[in-house]
Design a protein around this ligand. Structure first.
Ligand code: AMP
Length: 287
């Protein structure tokens, strides 16, 4: 695995690989890698010839007072994992390499990014779209891999690809979970023992509600109340940011589940804000 730190040298390598006719797979990450990230890398390794993974803690996607400076950075550990997965290139740019001082152009999605996480993190997706757009221009991937864990992010990126005519395919990979159901996340490292135990209530609530939907409940007001009550009861100190059930493409809240929908939630455990989601299909039996 080559570690590349500059845009120009990466572009040169990509050009060569493309001339050879190789299919480029790309996995953007912020590092502190875990099995969730690695599942994306494995998917890329399986389907593409040349795998590029980026590790970049993108400053523009962190709001004021968010965890940019304390975001976990475990680069030596990450490198070992990526070598094991036979990654071809680790792209490891500095902030200065990615953002020139006079940069004045940003990419702002104006519809999907205003909902759900966008309400409590108003500039977050502008930072995400800008950096992903830059990566797409640098790496020119044929296939890019994103996790369902960040469902809203994946929807926004798909929309960006369509709107701005990028030619990369976006592959969505399933959520990898800990044994108690907690979605793996670099931010889980922030949790103390008690919070870590409580944090499992988020995935449990979503799982329970998925079961309710299977038995025929399709009223989203009742389903959302169920999730909120479940979390409050099992983890009284947790603070719910939002719980919503939305159309899987438009991310608009739905009243009834009568087609593919997504249940999403963001919950604070102490200062740590965790997100999770479940995709649900139509109900089998109406109540
Ligand atoms: P991050 O480093 O948190 O920006 O994540 C990089 C990519 O890994 C994103 O596409 C995430 O959705 C994905 N990812 C993060 N956690 C998981 C997980 N538990 N399962 C699957 N994919 C994940």
């Amino acid at each position: 695995m080559k570690v590349i730190k500059t845009i120009n040298s990466l572009k040169k390598i990509i050009k060569k690989q493309k001339q050879k006719g190789e299919i480029i797979g790309f996995v953007p990450t912020m590092g502190a890698l875990h099995k969730g990230h690695i599942s994306l890398v494995k998917a890329a390794r399986k389907k593409t010839d040349f795998v590029v993974v980026s590790i970049f803690v993108n400053p523009t996607q962190f709001g004021k007072g968010e965890d940019f400076s304390k975001y976990p950075r475990t680069i030596n550990f990450d490198k070992k994992l990526l070598i094991k997965e036979k990654v071809d290139i680790l792209f490891l740019p500095s902030n200065e390499e990615m953002y020139k001082k006079d940069a004045s152009v940003f990419v702002d999605e104006s519809f999907l990014s205003k909902k759900l996480c966008g309400k409590s993190r108003p500039s977050h997706f502008k930072g995400v779209c800008t950096v992903v757009c830059k990566f797409f221009n640098i790496v020119e991937p044929d296939i890019s891999y994103f996790g369902q864990k960040d469902y809203q992010q994946a929807c926004i990126v798909k929309n960006m690809v369509k709107s701005l005519n990028f030619s990369t395919l976006i592959k969505l990979c399933p959520i990898v979970r800990e044994s108690d159901g907690l979605a793996m996340s670099s931010r889980n490292k922030y949790l103390n023992k008690k919070q870590r135990k409580q944090a499992a209530c988020l995935s449990s609530a979503l799982k329970q509600v998925k079961k309710l939907i299977k038995t025929g409940e399709n009223d989203t007001k009742r389903l959302k109340s169920f999730i909120k009550n479940f979390i409050s009861k099992t983890s009284p100190s947790a603070r719910i940011d939002y719980v919503d059930i939305v159309d899987c493409n438009s991310l608009e809240s739905v009243k009834k589940i009568d087609k593919k929908a997504v249940i999403l939630a963001a919950v604070f455990f102490g200062k740590t804000r965790l997100i999770d989601n479940e995709i649900v299909l139509t109900t089998k039996r109406r109540r």
